[in-house]
Design a protein around this ligand. Structure first.
Ligand SMILES: Cc1ncc(COP(=O)(O)O)c(C=O)c1O
Length: 389
């Protein structure tokens, strides 16, 4: 079993998180707590499977074998109770690229696509760069918890609204939506003929007490209007292998999406990504259990630290993901000052909240998927910097 406390050097491996700090933040001398990958080695079973494939020494064009789709379907059934037919699974290099393909496949210029900010910024980018119109339905913050504003959404709907990008669990605020919330959203979408894109890339990363409801489990009527984005990349730290699954139960919709994948010639699969994902979904569960325990320990540590040392920076406790949303308003800085303060004084590269859209200003998103010693060092630096203000 991996030792999650082990600090593994990532500098010099072309890691965006580590090697691009100077380019992104203007400083090398920062703790990288931004982009969403983990500083942990993946499960040994995955590394072994990839090594065995590497040993073959030939890396020609590769298709998706049945054992792969079986493994994906098996995982979704065991972990999330969703029964997926193997032919529903389309390969795509990434969920982010899929968002743009989905925009192309199912909407026309000028159509509206719903996002619920603050949210993972590629959602808005896919809408904007695709020449579509974003209908932003910002989350509400009620009694210390984020909620979807479904009444607000209902009031804004018209027949130009074609699709919703749902983030479930929600990056950056860490909500794991309840079945009731999702059902209400589904009812609204079905009533207005809106296609539901449920990005469930964080579905396996749950803190104690959280239960993820897979959108596909809401019944056949919902399945018929659903496009579900899945990948082993967040769960098992495989993002560089560029492999995701876009699952589309409705045959016509699937054909429309496949036509776009074929147009760009991206549907066939990455040889090592397929091997790693299959191994993850077949053998990765024990590792994932340990990972969750470790992330819970990191979160507990951080919550206690912040409460004691930095009570002026409230932390919104995440229910899922390994991303933590922190409210810096009490420091009285504008977004640029806050960003520079974190980089220059606290020596930490967070993702600035304003990038996630409305409601993100004054917040920072911290990635806590790192050895505890690194987390502790970063938080100590933050506390020291705040004390010096
Ligand atoms: C909600 C969400 N979707 C998608 C991605 C990235 O997906 P991919 O690497 O498959 O493009 C991320 C990464 O942070 C994410 O948080």
């Amino acid at each position: 079993m991996r030792d999650f406390d082990q600090v593994v050097n990532r500098l010099g491996f072309n890691s965006k998180k580590w090697d691009a700090c100077e380019e992104m933040f203007g400083s090398k001398d920062v703790s990288p707590m931004w982009i969403a990958d983990m500083d942990f080695q993946t499960a040994e079973e995955i590394v072994e499977a990839v090594k065995a494939r590497v040993d073959h020494g030939i890396f020609g064009y590769t298709g998706m074998p049945e054992s792969y789709t079986e493994a994906v379907a098996g995982w979704l059934m065991r972990q999330h109770g969703w029964k997926v037919q193997k032919e529903w699974i389309c390969h795509c290099p990434g969920v982010v690229s899929a968002l743009s393909f989905l925009v192309d496949a199912f909407t026309e210029p000028g159509d509206k696509i719903i996002v619920q900010s603050p949210v993972y910024y590629p959602f808005a980018r896919a809408v904007r760069t695709g020449g579509r119109t974003m209908l932003d339905n910002p989350l509400k913050f009620v009694d210390g918890r984020y909620k979807m504003d479904l009444d607000g959404l209902k009031a804004q709907l018209d027949d130009t609204v074609k699709m919703i990008f749902l983030c479930s669990p929600h990056n950056p605020v860490g909500r794991v939506w309840t079945r009731e919330e999702l059902q209400e959203l589904a009812d609204l979408c079905l009533a207005h003929g809106i296609l539901i894109v449920s990005d469930e890339i964080h579905a396996d990363l749950l803190f104690e007490g959280a239960h993820h409801t897979c959108f596909g489990t809401l019944g056949p009527e919902v399945e018929d209007r659903l496009i579900l984005c899945n990948a082993a990349s967040k769960t098992f730290n495989l993002a560089g292998l560029k492999t995701s699954n876009i699952i589309i139960p409705n045959q016509e919709l699937r054909a429309q999406f496949m036509a776009i994948l074929n147009r760009y010639n991206v549907g066939s699969g990455n040889v090592l990504g397929l091997v790693a994902t299959e191994a993850a979904y077949r053998y990765g569960e024990p590792w994932l259990k340990e990972l969750r325990k470790y992330l819970q320990g990191n979160l507990d540590f951080m919550m206690a630290f912040m409460k004691e040392r930095l009570p002026q920076i409230p932390v919104i406790p995440p229910e899922g993901t390994y991303l933590v949303w922190m409210d810096f308003h009490a420091l009285g800085m504008d977004d640029q000052e806050l960003e520079q303060f974190c980089i220059q004084k606290a020596k930490i590269a967070f993702d600035p909240g304003y990038e996630f859209g409305e409601g993100g200003s004054g917040y920072m998103r911290a990635n806590i998927a790192c050895p505890r010693v690194s987390l502790k060092e970063a938080l100590e630096n933050l506390a020291r910097a705040v004390e010096e203000l």
